[in-house]
Design a protein around this ligand. Structure first.
Ligand code: SF4
Ligand SMILES: [Zn+2]
Ligand SMILES: [Zn+2]
Length: 329
């Protein structure tokens, strides 16, 4: 296998591009694909302050590395989800990478900010861990970006992530999510609201497959956390990824065709479904939330605050039950 550029020994083979690369030219290839996505979808400029949501995994550390090398003004943000040893080790990976590159890193902990971890939230609300986890991450990433004055929030979603999400949205014909599935999301409040209520979100790795971010991390000496989150079992997105990888192996380019074909030929057809509800401030935290159909104060809370209130109420009930139980004994 020879490198497409220099004819030297190739270490990475990309079947959908019908190309192979030596380590140096593979790094150039990934960097140019990220630069292409940034330009094509008008993601960010070098004047913007970028906040990168890092998990300690290969994708988020790789996107941070590429953006630093492209000269962007970057700071990373790590949210400790409190998932036992997994969170401790993923935080170590993020901190070590920041130290090795001289990168700026902000860390926050869900428990310190809100009084619960992802596993505790799951038990208290009786919902699958990934659903509460996703809600927490969306809320905290946006909050951190706005509080710290960043222009753009960057996530490490790669082509495999995006095509799996698309596949799930098509299976359920979730037209609202299909309308919103773009590599750049700039939500605006309709009416007299604050246009900075949601930070602009971008996914610069949409042109890079998951196995390529792993290869990139390896070549660049990025010491990422390899183990998977112990809560991933039963995650539907994970199953879609496995199914799509089988299709990709049989017909290279399937994932790319599905995702970029959707953006080119179908995404705008769901524009009306994106939703343009009037938003008002959450009565608890001030974050924007849907005003229409609101009845009573409880309905005016954003979904994060409603979930948080439910978790704290259930915890108080449990504490009361155990106190009463102890008194009766
Ligand atoms: S697998 Fe689920 S619980 Fe674990 S980090 Fe991902 S979304 Fe959160
Ligand atoms: Zn080469
Ligand atoms: Zn709120």
């Amino acid at each position: 296998m020879r490198c497409k550029v220099c004819r030297g020994h190739a270490v990475v083979d990309i079947r959908r591009h019908n190309a192979a690369f030596c380590p140096d030219h593979f790094v150039d290839h990934v960097t140019s694909q990220v630069a292409k996505a940034l330009k094509e979808f008008k993601m960010a400029t070098v004047e913007d302050r970028l906040l990168i949501a890092v998990s300690g995994g290969k994708d988020s550390l790789a996107v941070w590395d590429v953006l630093m090398n492209l000269g962007y003004d970057t700071t990373a943000f790590y949210l400790d989800l409190g998932i036992g040893g997994y969170s401790a080790r993923s935080k170590e990976a993020a901190v070590a990478f920041a130290g090795s590159r001289g990168g700026k890193l902000i860390t926050r902990s869900l428990r310190e900010e809100h009084g619960f971890t992802v596993p505790e939230l799951s038990t208290l609300t009786r919902r699958v861990p990934c659903s509460g986890c996703g809600l927490n991450k969306r809320y905290e990433f946006n909050r951190a970006a706005l509080e710290e004055g960043f222009d753009v929030l960057v996530t490490g979603h790669n082509l495999d992530d995006e095509v799996a999400t698309l596949f799930g949205n098509v299976l359920g014909w979730n037209t609202q999510m299909l309308g919103r599935q773009r590599p750049v999301l700039q939500e605006r409040i309709v009416g007299a609201g604050d246009s900075r209520a949601f930070v602009k979100k971008i996914k610069p790795l949409v042109r890079i497959a998951e196995r390529e971010t792993a290869a990139y991390a390896l070549i660049r000496g990025i010491d990422y956390i390899v183990e998977e989150c112990p809560m991933v079992e039963g995650n539907t997105q994970h199953r879609y990824k496995e199914a799509l990888t089988l299709l990709e192996e049989a017909s290279p380019g399937t994932k790319h065709r599905m995702y970029f074909g959707f953006l080119k030929n179908a995404s705008d057809r769901f524009a009306e479904d994106r939703g343009s509800a009037e938003l008002i401030p959450c009565t608890d935290c001030g974050a924007p939330t849907v005003a229409s159909g609101a009845h009573g104060v409880e309905k005016l809370m954003c979904s994060f605050c409603k979930t948080k209130a439910l978790a704290h109420a259930r915890r108080a009930e449990r504490t009361n039950d155990s106190v009463h139980g102890a008194e009766q004994r």
